[in-house]
Write a protein that binds this ligand. Structure first.
Ligand code: NAD
Ligand code: DAU
Length: 357
């Protein structure tokens, strides 16, 4: 058996691929366009491992997706590929429409054709697992109940609107065509290989470089935080035992304000890598807010616990400590991302090879 993963060179996708192959021997075909967010260095430990087949390509390339499905006959398609950064979606929404909506549409159509041609056990077993976000539900008042799976969709950014659109497409392909889909809506992930444009890795990288630590607005926006490996285990459970056509909210039961997050990261750095110039919190700088900034997200993750027995293994204290340590131990990874050096291998391998043909 084989699974096809999209976006497996990104933050969550690469953690998922590494986790998957650490827990079983089922091969992974990894389709990733290697946008700025895709980094094959995340998967360097799989170099030479025949269980991992990497394919550089776009989920919007129907012919490519069709050929991968036919060639590898996967029993599941796990769909991570997306444009994922809210701030980028505000500056340039077009790529979000293209990949998150049109790309998901292309995958659904390719999966429908493939699944329709399967017989017997292979057809019964196939799953399309769509990885989505809590941002589709919009923003919560401070005292409102956490998002359940039946909360109305009220997306507020181009990113969350594009993800909401993709969730609707996935739902419709199940109801109309019977495609065996599952959707997970997860809260903010953090952990290894998180691109340093997002809050936690940005704060760690800037602090170590002695740069300002930017907090948007008053910093009292609330997010629920989940250690990335816990998200990976939730997805594995949903693929194996989730009810077809259902959505499952995934969260860490860790609501924190952005100020608390930054303070916690600074305190851990003070402990693990003290700066002779003084506490890292001296670098905190309040900057102009993100337009349309959602005030609060909170996930009610009781359904996945009740139905599938999943709960996060990490508390925020254990997860954030591991994360800060990982960034301290992998400064070369951060440096390669910041310098753009992580893209050199791609140029050497793909551009140079194509030019030689
Ligand atoms: P990421 O930006 O780190 O990685 C995205 C990956 O998708 C990259 O490797 C990129 O090269 C690839 N990609 C982008 N466009 C592509 C295309 N057209 N074809 C093929 N590959 C393409 O994102 P992430 O943070 O790992 O998020 C993964 C998924 O999880 C996304 O769907 C996101 O919406 C969802 N999600 C993320 C979070 C979070 O906190 N990061 C939380 C909930 C849900
Ligand atoms: O909730 C799930 C979502 O979490 C995912 O769907 C997205 O793909 C993922 O990027 C993340 O979105 P956020 O916008 O919540 O993540 P980000 O790390 O960009 O910001 C987290 C919070 O920190 C948010 O309230 C904005 C704030 N922030 C962010 C940055 C980059 C700052 O205050 N300063 C910053 O410099």
């Amino acid at each position: 058996m084989t699974i096809l993963v999209t976006g497996g060179a990104g933050f969550i996708g690469s953690n998922f691929v590494l986790d998957w192959l650490a827990t079983c021997d089922e091969p992974v075909v990894n389709l990733d366009a290697l946008t700025y967010a895709g980094n094959l260095q995340n998967l360097a430990s799989l170099s030479g491992d025949a269980r991992h087949v990497f394919v550089k390509g776009d989920i919007g390339d129907r012919a490519l997706v069709d050929s991968l499905l036919q060639r590898h006959q996967p029993r599941a398609l796990v769909h991570f590929a997306a444009e994922s950064h809210v701030d980028r979606s505000i500056l340039g929404p077009a790529a979000f429409i293209k990949t998150n909506i049109e790309g998901t549409f292309t995958l659904l159509e390719a999966a429908r054709t493939y699944w329709s041609g399967l017989q017997g056990e292979a057809r019964a077993r196939f799953r399309f697992q769509h990885v989505s976000t809590d941002e589709v539900y919009g923003s919560l008042a401070p005292d409102a109940e956490a998002f359940t799976e039946t909360h109305p969709f009220e997306p507020n950014s181009p990113y969350s609107a594009s993800k909401a659109a993709s969730d609707h497409l996935v739902r419709a392909w199940h109801h109309t065509y019977g495609l065996p889909v599952l959707t997970t809506n997860c809260s903010n992930n953090y952990g290894p290989f998180h691109f340093p444009e997002k809050l936690i890795p940005l704060i760690i990288a800037n602090a170590l470089a002695g740069k300002p630590l930017p907090i948007y607005g008053d910093g009292l926006q609330v997010r629920d935080w989940l250690y990335v490996r816990d998200h990976c285990s939730a997805i594995r459970e949903v693929i194996e035992r989730g009810r077809l056509g259902e959505t499952y909210n995934v969260g860490g039961w860790n609501e924190k304000t952005n100020r608390e997050i930054v303070d916690t990261v600074c305190a851990l750095l003070d402990e693990l890598q003290p700066d002779p110039a003084g506490p890292y919190s001296r670098l905190i700088t309040f900057v102009k807010d993100r337009p349309g900034h959602d005030r609060r997200y909170a996930i009610d993750a009781r359904k996945i616990e009740r139905e599938l027995g999943w709960r996060p293994a990490e508390t925020f204290d254990t997860g954030i400590r591991k994360t800060v340590r990982w960034y301290l131990d992998h400064r070369d990874w951060v440096a390669a991302v910041q310098s753009g050096g992580y893209r050199d291998w791609v140029d050497a391998n793909y551009t140079a090879r194509a030019a030689a043909e």
